[in-house]
Design a protein around this ligand. Structure first.
Ligand code: GLA
Length: 392
């Protein structure tokens, strides 16, 4: 009887369907956290990562839902004689660092490439996929960003002038690491980064991706942030619990983005059900930036359990209206003004499914607007947003 029970338990634990079920509980809502790249790029050290974990807690971001502390490129050193990847001198002890981040009640992420080299020319995982996955699991990592980088050269060498074969090679490379991660038995969120090539949103889930970058790199400028954010129109049908479109990490608090631009950035990413990975210096964060990143109502839109990405409803010159369905029939509606001057914008409630009116809250103004009928007109600041939550 006992043996029979053991056999059943063993089968239940180790059949592939259970392994897949384990991954589908990862990223049930879009991942939230911090990543080192946007601010520190190649300068990131163990100390910066610990400081980010400390500040994640002390700033209230952890309480607001931010969990992952992700190390991006440039942590890698050489491989040892057995081929095991070592961290470089900026990261003296990866296991101790992971333990430290976990001791704060947070999770920790790491970065690699399917190619021989990462984008910053550090050691990639090519030919060492299983070994690297085991190392990440042994160190205690919970998240892997897997960035195509030099694997493109392998594709060019082995499939010159054969785009279909090259695409298949890329998919195979992502599957290979997915299987290696599953085999570790540790739940490790799998974040694909190949800049949105070859319609990755159509096949990202089938290679095990919990998220996939949809574009090239963001930077902290109005032009780049909006070019990326507003280009996401039409992708909503590809996102859902366990698998998300990723328009890249947040630049809130970086560069010269002003407060209206930061609020627009945060609102647009929330409407897109995008991963919310802050990219600023959390330990030097101004209160007004922290207020944007931790706004509970905005985060609730991004993290809504229905798991539906929002999409564009209308675009008239610089005026864009986007809406995101929420659990229980509510909707988040954003009125975006991309112009260089303030503009009065009018929302027709019937355009967003509330022909017989809606109760409304202006989220950034934290103001109950009462019941709206037919239309709502409001002046939207230049490069700004009015974000509403509507309910029946
Ligand atoms: C690529 C990625 C970035 C970052 C860098 C690191 O450019 O798209 O997000 O990870 O590599 O080198």
């Amino acid at each position: 009887m006992l043996n029979w029970f053991r056999a059943l338990l063993f089968a239940a634990l180790f059949t592939p369907s259970v392994l897949l079920a384990q991954t589908s509980t990862l990223a049930a809502t879009p991942p939230m956290g911090w990543n080192s790249w946007n601010l520190f790029a190649g300068r990131v050290t163990d100390k910066d990562v610990r400081a980010a974990a400390d500040a994640m807690v002390s700033s209230g971001m952890k309480d607001a839902g931010y969990i992952y502390i992700n190390i991006d490129d440039t942590w890698q050193g050489q491989r040892d004689a057995q081929g095991n990847i070592q961290a470089n001198s900026k990261f003296p002890d990866m296991k101790a660092l992971a333990d430290y981040v976990h001791s704060k009640g947070l999770k920790i992420g790491i970065y690699s490439s399917p190619g021989p080299q990462t984008c910053a020319h550090y050691e990639g995982s090519y030919g060492h996929e299983e070994q690297d996955a085991k190392t990440y699991a042994a160190w205690g990592f919970d998240y892997l960003k897997y960035d195509l980088c030099s694997f493109r050269q392998i594709m060019n060498q082995q499939a010159p002038n054969d785009p279909a074969k090259a695409t298949q090679m890329m998919k195979d490379a992502y599957v290979k690491m997915h299987k290696a991660l599953l085999a570790t038995g540790r739940p490790i969120l799998y974040s694909l980064c190949q800049y949105g090539w070859d319609g990755v949103w159509e096949w990202g889930p089938s290679v095990g991706g919990n998220s996939w970058r949809t574009t090239g790199d963001i930077n902290p400028t109005w032009d780049r942030m909006t070019l990326i954010g507003f280009s996401q129109a039409g992708l909503s049908k590809y996102a859902g619990p366990g698998h998300w479109n990723d328009p890249d990490m947040l630049e809130v608090g970086n560069g010269k983005l002003n407060m209206d631009e930061n609020r627009l950035h945060m609102s647009l990413w929330a409407i897109l059900a995008a991963p919310l990975l802050a990219g600023n210096d959390l330990s030097q964060m101004k209160p007004e930036i922290s207020a944007i990143l931790t706004n509970r109502e905005v985060i609730a839109i991004d993290q809504d359990p229905l798991g539906k990405q929002g999409d564009r409803v209308s675009e008239v010159g610089p005026e864009e209206i986007w809406a995101k369905p929420l659990k229980g029939g509510d909707k988040a509606v954003a009125l975006f003004n991309r112009d260089d001057t303030p503009l009065p914008m009018t929302l027709k409630l019937s355009d967003v499914g509330f022909a017989s009116g809606a109760k409304a809250t202006d989220i950034w103004a934290a103001k109950d607007l009462g019941r709206l009928q037919n239309t709502y007109t409001v002046t939207v600041p230049r490069h700004g947003v009015v974000l509403l939550r509507l309910s029946k």
